[in-house]
Design a protein around this ligand. Structure first.
Ligand code: SF4
Length: 784
């Protein structure tokens, strides 16, 4: 067989696991966290307030400590986000803290990666070693060859790591955001000028239409959403709201809503615009809101005479219900019913989740969905879309760029991203692992992974394996032996969020600003060092301008400075003391009616005609991006209105292929903490299957392929293949199969071969949103 680049990596898929068979730390007898002495004074009990970081949402928690051990986590009563309650993921944080496989100290791999001898180090020695490696780059003026990739949920890590990169002189701080977030942020940015996901006032809605959204898998806090749903379903006498779930597959969440609507993959935006068509043609839109708060509903002329098309005519001409029905598979009468219910049960809200965000047309689909909210005036009103305000934090000034390293800082970033003043969001480039392995645009010499396991979480794990081989020194900050850390040079356990100082802004939920204070809950924590403390120590050890960028003695001191401008409540003097006593700072209620804050667009209105999309498209084109989705390349003016463009799928084989639907669940999110046994067992409630990797398949498809339940099959995509057991599920379409993020963790495969479902996904990035399009994958299925 001729081995071309693609085949090379595909061969690697079948062989890499055995060639680099990793050894678990447990195998070589290193001491684990569970074996550490943790006893406190007999009978002593206390409670510490902190912030949950099992997901990015930042619920307030109180941790009960008995004789020095944390024994229970509960929510902080009165906390605006979770008001005393906690989701199962938050409660499982104690398993993370006391997990028997947690590593207690840094480990240096002294031989071949994955097979060498492991040497125990102190954190100070690890700081010294990394200072030596980066110091060498400084001496050779090659600091841009340092890359830090972070998946940490910590705001403080974000601040410190970015600052470290700025002060050293590398443009390569790469933040891994939750799936779908970039596209959701971009959709809000293009229409409202706010480049962050929307917040929703769930508890005051009368009608909720969720497009491909499962609680716990989008940016919306599951606690906020579930609390809101409880309120709108049962908490308002005589007023019970209706929840509609539009999705490609029937999930446990679908069974809990009032109305489940099945839709073809990649067509959510068409359905939204079909609904808009009915609302407009029947004149059921909010004319007053349209007149005062939107731009581009009707066609208009610029001062220079340029004629801009209007949303109204565009939708009436292009999205008739019959046409939309044939695109989406949703019956015409259902589209008409949804339009009627949505427009006559206000306040109503439409929200696009991971479903639409997963396809190549993500941004245009999400914009189309959000345009429904503008149509009925559901923005900045009770029960509508809110803007999440930020707390007035006193952030340190950026490191000035008159340093020795300005030249290095201005090198092109290795992920090919565009950071331009024209584009308010960071636009991710594609093929990061390929670029790393090809040394493009320059070789990388030190790669630092912070709370990120690309071999498990990223598409194309074998490209990552190849990238690792090209990089002389790879470091991973992680608490467990994961796929990536097993082939790193240095592994540094950062400890859990329950053992560190951190400040966390609530990002998209309640609307008004909330800032939570995270602090160590144990009096005698382990000898761990969180990434922020580690990098601050590292910077100080490097001297000169780098040390000067970190004047604080500790993260606690930095947080006190940051919190300086948070107004204390009446009667209180010191904001820090108040936050320390309460666990968080907030400023409620939400302020409605501040048009300039809600619409940071041209004319301070909702832009049906999206000027910033026009700017983004022309900027990306001039930056050499040829492969824009149609919305961005089409110069017709109507391209800058909400549109549905066909999603592109990977049709790579002439035989029968199925859409691969990769989804998260309320319990596991995108699967990061699936290795925690308690969470995994709870998953049984959702799926009736806990351990192992399962392929969800329609019973009729299974019988066509002659497959039975529990049978092992190969699932093969254009990027790799893996084995899974068949589970017949009626809720999956006949032309699709389903898998769950992270479900392979803890299986018999996990210490020999990456069996992550993400290994089936290609690195397809939506250029306009910068998000990964994980829904474009097609697979074939055959008996193993
Ligand atoms: S929603 Fe997120 S932050 Fe809140 S308890 Fe659950 S995991 Fe923790």
């Amino acid at each position: 067989m001729e081995i071309d680049r693609r085949n090379f990596f595909k061969v690697g898929i079948f062989t890499a696991g055995t060639l680099i068979a990793p050894r678990l730390w447990g195998d070589i007898g290193l001491e684990t966290v569970a074996e550490q002495p943790w006893e406190g004074p007999p009978g002593h009990e206390n409670e510490v307030l902190s912030v949950c970081q099992m997901c990015p949402n930042g619920c307030g928690i109180r941790v009960r400590i008995y004789e020095g051990r944390a024994v229970k986590i509960e929510g902080i009563p009165g906390h605006p986000l979770n008001n005393g309650s906690l989701c199962p993921r938050g409660q499982s944080a104690l398993q993370l803290l006391y997990h028997p496989h947690r590593l207690a100290y840094p480990v240096l791999n002294k031989g071949a990666r994955g097979n060498g001898s492991l040497q125990r180090m102190t954190h100070e020695e690890a700081v010294g070693l990394l200072a030596e490696k980066i110091g060498d780059l400084v001496r050779r003026r090659q600091t841009h060859r340092l890359v830090i990739v972070s998946g940490s949920h910590s705001d403080t890590d974000e601040l410190i790591l970015r600052r470290f990169c700025d002060s050293v002189g590398t443009p390569n701080y790469i933040k891994i955001e939750s799936l779908g977030r970039r596209s959701r942020s971009m959709a809000m940015g293009l229409s409202q000028g706010i480049f962050k996901p929307p917040s929703i006032d769930w508890s005051n809605c009368n009608f909720v239409m969720l497009f491909g959204s499962e609680p716990g898998t989008s940016d919306i806090s599951p606690m906020w959403l579930l609390r809101g749903f409880g309120e709108l379903r049962q908490g308002r006498a005589g007023r019970r709201a209706k929840i509609v779930h539009v999705s490609t597959h029937f999930s446990p969440f679908s069974s809990k809503v009032d109305d489940w609507i099945k839709i073809k993959p990649g067509t959510y935006g068409a359905l939204a615009l079909g609904i808009a068509h009915i609302i407009i043609s029947e004149e059921k839109y909010d004319a007053d809101f349209i007149e005062h708060f939107t731009l581009g509903f009707e066609e208009f002329k610029e001062v220079d005479g340029t004629l801009r098309p209007g949303f109204k005519e565009h939708v009436l001409n292009n999205y008739e219900p019959a046409k939309v029905s044939s695109i989406t598979g949703v019956p015409e009468e259902v589209i008409i019913r949804l339009a009627d219910e949505f427009s006559s049960n206000r306040p109503a809200v439409a929200y696009g989740g991971d479903g639409p965000a997963s396809y190549s047309n993500a941004v245009s689909e999400l914009v189309a969905i959000h345009s429904l909210n503008a149509l009925i005036g559901s923005i900045d009103v009770p029960g509508g879309v809110l803007i999440q305000r930020d707390p007035p934090l006193r952030m340190p000034e950026r490191v000035s760029n008159n340093s020795l390293f300005t030249h290095n800082l201005s090198q092109p970033p290795v992920d090919d991203s565009i950071r331009s003043s024209n584009l308010p969001v960071y636009m991710a480039g594609s093929n990061l692992p390929m670029r790393l392995s090809d040394s493009s645009p320059y070789p990388v010499e030190v790669l630092v992974l912070v709370d990120y396991d690309p071999l498990e979480e990223a598409p194309g794990p074998n490209y990552w394996r190849e990238a690792f081989k090209q990089i002389p020194f790879v470091v991973s900050f992680c608490n467990f032996s994961d796929e990536s850390s097993r082939i790193c040079d240095l592994v540094i356990p950062p400890g859990t969020f329950l053992e560190r100082w951190d400040g966390k802004s609530v990002d998209s939920s309640v609307g008004f600003p909330v800032w939570g204070l995270s602090r160590p809950v144990l009096e005698t924590p382990l000898d761990g060092m969180d990434p922020s403390s580690f990098f601050m120590k590292l910077a100080k050890s490097m001297g000169h301008q780098i040390a000067g960028a970190f004047p604080w003695q500790s993260i606690e001191e930095l947080l006190k400075e940051i919190a300086m401008d948070l107004n204390p409540s009446p009667g209180q003097v010191n904001p820090w003391d108040e936050i320390a006593a309460k666990g968080y700072w907030s400023q409620s209620p939400y302020r409605f009616g501040r048009q300039r804050e809600v619409y940071q667009t041209r004319g301070n209105r909702f832009n049906f005609f999206m000027y910033s999309m026009e700017a983004a498209a022309s900027h990306l084109r001039s930056a050499g991006y040829a492969n824009l989705d149609k919305t961005g390349t089409d110069l017709a003016q109507s391209a800058f209105l909400p549109n549905h463009n066909s999603a592109e799928f990977e049709n790579w084989d002439n035989r029968e292929l199925f859409f691969l639907e990769l989804f998260g669940t309320t319990l596991s999110g995108h699967g990061r903490h699936f290795s925690l046994e308690g969470l995994r067992e709870l998953q049984e409630l959702d799926l009736n299957k806990s351990w192992g990797l399962w392929l969800l398949i329609n019973p009729r498809t299974a019988s066509k392929l002659n497959l039975s339940n529990n049978e092992i099959v190969w699932v093969e995509s254009n990027h790799g293949k893996l084995s899974a057991r068949v589970k017949k599920v009626e809720g999956i379409s006949e032309d699709s199969v389903g898998m769950i993020f992270g479900q392979d963790k803890g299986t018999e495969h996990s210490d020999t071969l990456s069996n992550s479902a993400m290994s089936l996904v290609g690195e397809n990035i939506s250029p306009l949103g910068g998000g990964l399009c994980w829904g474009t994958t097609k697979v074939r299925i055959y008996r193993a």
